[in-house]
Design a protein around this ligand. Sequence first.
Ligand SMILES: [Zn+2]
Length: 189
Amino acid sequence: MLEQKIASYRLQPMGMGYVDRSGKANIMQSNRPAAHLRESRSFDNLLRSYMTSAEGKRFLQYAHSQGKNFINIVGAGSADLGDHVVAALLHDGEKGVIVGNYEGQSFQGRVQELGAMYGLSEQAALEYVLNHELGHAAGNNSETSNEGFVKQYFLQQAQRTTGPEQRKYVRLAAVAAYREKEAKKAGKS
Ligand SMILES: [Zn+2]
């Protein structure tokens, strides 16, 4: 879940596509535009439905309650982000797009892999990834601060839920704590 800071996403030289807020698809530098278009529409639908779901709304509310200001998310799509990247926020500090990786493997396949790695269901892994990118969009620029931020959110949810829902958030908080430590070790403060 790499976060890439770029001067202007319009000039980003990677193969990518995104759907803007009016529903218009934009494809850039792509050597397989049909695939990028399909993946962009699919990721945009995923993010939209997440942001209007009970879980997504709770996370956005949490970020606001912590005094966070979101950059302007002008679209969502897919991009060629290389290996070991699930998704990214491509932004210039004021506006940005959230993209799933589509290089050699679908975003969904990468989410399933991440889930398998951490013992999370596909749905929980997706919640993790989308919260992570929204955490970046809320101004948590470094990996350490962002993992710490989502960890606090998951801990809060673990206190407020019961049963399977609570177990999911306990697990998500543990994953964030682990990744926070790893990021600290790697000096990504
Ligand atoms: Zn990140």
